[in-house]
Design a protein around this ligand. Structure first.
Ligand code: 5RP
Length: 313
């Protein structure tokens, strides 16, 4: 049974006590509800308090505090880690909207630090160099809500099973190329459509096939959507890209390198927010797409030298 947030209802043990998994679900349900408040919004990656203010004034629903946007992480190579807490604190002081920050996959100590300094959401991100190639963070251990990347339905439900309160596609971050994000969103939406019409008896085998927790697969079938908010991310670079992801059924978008690696970030930030708000109105989309300086330079994903961040898990 789903509660108002679309997450499963939580039952006690009859003695007024909740079992450990039920406590996890109760906490998760609160975090999922918080993340739902970002629906219909744009999350922008910012590297300075000034950029954070630009994002807030443009109407971003949250910012991600980073030292380097994904395009720069690609260009620089090497090991990418959590940002300096001093920078995150400065960005937090500069804005009133929620501030997210990234921890490496599996690096629960970076996540503990981010939670301690009061970030509003932790992004367990494949854009940073993974710290653990076997395990993701047990996100149930944290009060802060987590957002995690996924490439398909199985991966999305595994991350939710570990306690993620929000899902985003991985796309191919820092490329300015939306093709992977589109492929992943279409894949997830298509899989949910087939799940909807599947016989209940077949769900056990399907859950095994996609290596996802049965309860979450069943819940997705019943809801006809992921049980948490689903944003698009990775290569979304223009207002039209952002509207495309919304029309494909996403709840919101992350637009990072595309804004602050462009020549006119202030206009572009506003245009992307307008495009998401009016994503079904081609006339407004035409207006907000008009007269920009050149967009960020894109990267061809067919070039074998392009590192695929989305394959990190
Ligand atoms: O935070 C992220 C992942 O952790 C980014 O939002 C995401 O990958 C966006 O990348 P891009 O620079 O291509 O917009």
């Amino acid at each position: 049974m789903a509660d108002n947030n679309g997450v499963v209802a939580v039952y006690g043990n009859g003695a007024g006590e909740l079992s450990e998994p039920s406590k996890n679900l109760a906490t998760l349900s609160g975090k999922v509800g918080l993340a739902r408040m970002l629906r219909g919004g744009v999350i922008m990656e910012v590297a300075t308090p000034e950029q954070a203010r630009i994002a807030e004034e443009a109407g971003a629903c949250a910012v991600m505090a980073v030292e380097h946007v994904p395009a720069d992480i690609r260009a620089q190579g090497g090991v990418a880690r959590m940002s300096d807490p001093a920078l995150i604190r400065d960005i937090k002081r500069a804005v009133t909207i929620p501030v997210m920050a990234k921890a490496r996959i599996g690096h629960f100590v970076e996540a503990q630090i981010l939670q301690t300094i009061g970030v509003d959401y932790v992004d367990e991100s494949e854009v940073l160099t993974p710290a653990d190639d076997q395990h993701h963070i047990n996100k149930h251990n944290f009060k802060a809500p987590f957002v995690c990347g996924c490439s398909d339905l199985g991966e999305a439900l595994c991350r939710i099973g570990e306690g993620a309160a929000m899902i985003r596609t991985k796309g191919e971050a820092g490329t300015g190329n939306v093709v992977e994000a589109v492929r992943q969103v279409r894949g997830i939406m298509g899989a949910i459509r087939s799940l909807r019409t599947m016989d209940d008896d077949e769900v056990f085998a399907y859950a095994k096939k996609i290596a996802a927790p049965y309860d979450l697969v069943m819940q997705t079938k019943q809801l006809g959507r992921l049980p948490v908010v689903q944003f698009a991310a990775g290569g979304v670079a223009t207002p039209a890209d952002a509207a495309l992801m919304m029309q494909l059924g996403c709840d919101g978008v992350f637009v990072d390198s595309g804004i602050f690696k462009s020549r006119d970030p202030v206009r572009r930030a506003r245009a992307v927010v307008q495009a998401v708000t009016h994503h079904t109105d081609p006339k407004i989309l035409a207006d907000v797409s008009t007269g920009f300086e050149e967009a960020m330079e894109g990267i061809n994903l067919k070039d074998s030298r392009t590192e695929r961040f989305a394959r990190r898990s």
